[in-house]
Design a protein around this ligand. Structure first.
Ligand code: OMP
Length: 284
C-alpha cells in the first residue's frame, strides 16, 4: 500500500507542488531504445535500474512524475513491481505521481480500474491518473467519485498531442454545435465548479495542438500539456494553445529529459533547465 493523501484534494496539492518546484511534469517512459542508450539490458533488471535512477534524479526536484504504465507492464509482474516502487519512492521524496494508464471502460469495470489506481489500499495507488473518456464521460464516474473521496485527481483526454486525435476530438456532438473536446472541457468545468484553489479534474491538451478555438475559461482545473521536446512542441507554444489559462498548465516532457541519462546529475540538470525555460516562457 502506498502512503495516503491526507485527504487534501489533488488540485490543492498540485498548486502547492508547482509553487514550490515549478510547473513541470516529467514522464518516466522506459522505452527499450532509452534503456539501450543508457547501456542497460532490455529486461526487468534494466527497467528497474532505469526507472529508479530517474526517480533518484527527479523525485526530490520535480513537481510531478508521470510513469507510463505500458512500459512497465511489458516486463510482466516484475515490471509492475518496479512500477509500485516508482510510485512509492517518488511520493516519499515529495513528488506527486500521475500514473499514465489512460483507462476508460463501462462503469462497472471502471470501478475496478478506479480501485486499482485510486484506492488507498492499492499498491498502485498514485496521486492522479490519466483517463480516456471515449466511452462517454459519464462512464468515468466511479473513478471521479473515488478520486474525490480519497483526495486524488484525474486527467481526462480532451485534445491529445498525436496527429490522429482530431478525427474524434474535433468531431461535433449529436446534441449541438460543440466539439467532443469542448464537451470534455465543459464536463470538467462542472466537476470543478467552486473548487479553491483548483479543482482535481484535469484535462489533457497537447502542447502540439496549436490554436484550438476551445473555451477553457470555466475549467478551473489543471491542464496536462504533453508533447514538449520529442514531439516537437516548445514552451513558447503553450501561450498559443492555452491563452489566458497559462497559470493552470502543467507542461509535460519525457524523452527530452531522460535522454540525458544514465547520470543522475545530468538527468536532474536537464529537468531543472526545462523548469527554467518553461517558467521564462510562461512569464513573458
Ligand atoms: O496522457 C498523456 O500523458 C499523453 C497524452 C497526449 O496527448 N500525448 C502524450 O504524448 N501523452 C504521453 O506523454 C508522454 C510523452 O512523452 P515524450 O514525447 O517522450 O515527451 C508519453 O508517455 C505519452 O503517452
Amino acid at each position: 500500500m502506498t502512503a495516503g493523501t491526507g485527504r487534501v484534494p489533488f488540485g490543492a496539492r498540485l498548486v502547492s507542488a508547482v509553487a514550490e518546484r515549478g510547473a513541470l511534469c516529467v514522464g518516466i517512459d522506459p522505452h527499450p531504445g532509452l534503456l539501450e542508450a543508457w547501456g542497460l539490458p532490455v529486461d526487468a533488471g534494466g527497467l528497474e535500474r532505469f526507472a529508479l535512477t530517474a526517480v533518484e534524479a527527479l523525485a526530490g526536484t520535480v513537481a510531478v512524475l508521470k510513469p507510463q504504465s505500458a512500459f512497465f507492464e511489458a516486463h510482466g509482474s516484475r515490471g509492475v513491481a518496479v512500477l509500485e516502487r516508482v510510485i512509492a519512492e517518488s511520493r516519499q521524496a515529495g513528488a506527486l505521481v500521475l500514473l499514465d494508464v489512460k483507462r476508460g471502460d463501462i462503469g462497472s469495470t471502471m470501478s475496478a480500474y478506479a480501485n486499482a489506481y485510486l484506492a488507498d489500499s492499492s499498491p498502485l495507488a498514485a496521486d492522479a491518473v490519466t483517463l480516456s473518456p471515449f466511452l462517454g464521460f459519464g462512464s468515468l464516474e466511479p473513478a471521479l467519485a473515488l478520486a474525490e473521496r480519497t483526495g486524488r485527481g484525474v486527467f481526462v483526454l480532451a485534445r491529445t498531442s498525436n496527429p490522429e486525435g482530431p478525427q474524434v476530438q474535433t468531431a461535433t456532438l449529436a446534441d449541438g454545435g460543440r466539439s467532443v473536446a469542448q464537451a470534455m472541457a465543459d464536463e470538467a468545468a462542472a466537476r470543478n465548479a467552486g473548487a479553491d484553489p483548483l479543482g482535481s479534474v484535469g484535462l489533457v491538451v497537447g502542447a502540439t495542438v496549436g490554436r484550438t478555438g476551445l473555451d477553457f475559461s470555466q475549467v478551473n482545473g489543471p491542464f496536462l500539456a504533453p508533447g514538449i521536446g520529442a514531439q516537437g512542441a516548445t514552451a513558447q507554444d503553450l501561450r498559443t494553445v492555452f491563452g489566458d489559462r497559462l497559470a493552470h498548465v502543467l507542461p509535460a516532457t519525457s524523452r527530452d529529459v531522460l535522454r540525458h541519462g544514465p547520470g543522475v546529475a545530468e538527468v536532474r540538470s536537464a529537468a531543472l533547465r526545462a523548469v527554467e525555460s518553461i517558467a521564462a516562457s510562461l512569464a513573458v
